[in-house]
Design a protein around this ligand. Sequence first.
Ligand code: F6P
Length: 556
Amino acid sequence: MNHAPIDQTGAWQRLMEHAEEMRTTHLRELFVDEDRGGAFMRQAAGLTLDLSKQRWSDATLERLLDLARAVEVPQRIQALLNGEHVNISEDRPALHTALRLPPEAELVVDGEDVVPGVHATLDRMATMVARLHARQWRGATGRPIHDVVNLGVGGSDLGPLMVTHALADYRPADAHHVEVHFASTMDGSQLADYLTRFNPETTLFVISSKSFTTIDTLSNARTARDWLMARLVEDGIQGVDEEMVMRQHFVGVSAKPDKMSEWGIAEANQLLFWEWVGGRYSLWGAIGLPIALVIGMANFRELLAGAHAMDEHFAKAPLGDNLPVLLALAGIWNVNFLDIRAHSILPYDGRLEHFAAYLEQLEMESNGKSATHDGRQVSYSTCPVLWGQLGPNAQHAFYQLLHQGTQPVVCDFIAPLKRYDDVEDAATRDHLKAQHRLTLANCFAQSRLLMLGDDAIDEPGERPGHKRYRGNQPSTTLLLDRLTPATLGALIALYEHKVFVQAAIWDINPFDQWGVELGKQIAGETERMLADQHGHEQMDASTRALLEAVWRAEGG
Ligand code: F6P
């Protein structure tokens, strides 16, 4: 695509001029307008987005919408959803949205309707889930599977881990005797813990890897396989052989069937997805097997339906009412015009404990880039540093920096409006509802204090320096009607689309990740050097000293 760099367009320049004025405007001044709360609030798919605490005005938003039009955001959205090859460096579509299309939909991509294949995979997942829930899936010795361990990393771990944790309340009765666990780290520490506790006869491993070459996952998988073989075959359990162990104790999820077969995954246990699903966008299909195991297939389909509702909104809502577009524009404004390059994700609901980690991959692996589509280096900032934690716990950890540190930070506060209505015991329900109110109060108080600083409280007299709050830290508040499979689906899709819109404006490809490749290559070389104690002579002094420290430790 050949066009002028975005920072040389008129729309960008107009924002630059406008930013001069806005940079010196404190949020408290913007709140002189009594109607501001409602004016920057939008709703869709069970979510309410409050952007009133961003350091912007109607005029800012108008200019940002002009910028979005200048890069043809509406056309880009259609290209994404229609399956055009928007992943330019890898020349393929990015069709995670196809994974949540209803069965009656049709989407012809490169000459083929992809919807029947999507639903055939969902049906195969449903069969596996039903067998496991019905205790019909048995290990090699005939005992029903009790522990399912997902071995995957990055997109083959973070999405399922985050969603299973968030929706654990939705576990149907028949799912109660299957426990789902996750092991991702290449050092084997998570897996080693499971291997000391689980019974090999009743443990199933799901090897999740789009490429089926990721060393982290394959190392864990090999350890798991050896453990099973040692405990079930070599220990001589009668009638158990290697083939039975492979067939009864391993499922593979990948876009590479050949590699799965080569590794020994039985064909009947292979769940496939497509190259056009990016790893960090893959929880909606076969990679979501652990999710379906925890919440059941009906709830899994609700998750898809919620995401699809957000897709529909993204496709049809005008830019000025379009939640993902607005969220993206707020981010562009902060990063590129207010120079705010730190972004904190703060859910006020313990069930969203892994949401920040999930978004760290989604946003930073997608948009942590500096080469444009045609290979130029950008002359503007792209993805901010994004991190987070449960808000209530972070209040006792890093909020000190948010309130009184020197870094400008934008925060996303996320909370459900309703919680605990379904707790049966009335007294417990009342207590828990009071805790929910307490949590909402903290959430709203923190964003208000970040916005207003000292003005949040009416106290006479001057405060000493160490007690002063300058405020003016912008934030977004995202309220879910309730945390359900559908609203969580919509929330994740909201962020996926936000990332896409920002990438369109920054002229970068959010669907590749070349920045992780060289590290893998060098790690391979380093591993060989470590093992062979050879080749390090060519290394830099630091690497040499580190390698020698390992050899000394091994020798001792
Ligand atoms: O190394 C980065 C990455 O490729 C991520 O993009 C991906 O989600 C993760 O590794 C795992 O990859 P795979 O699913 O192919 O094992």
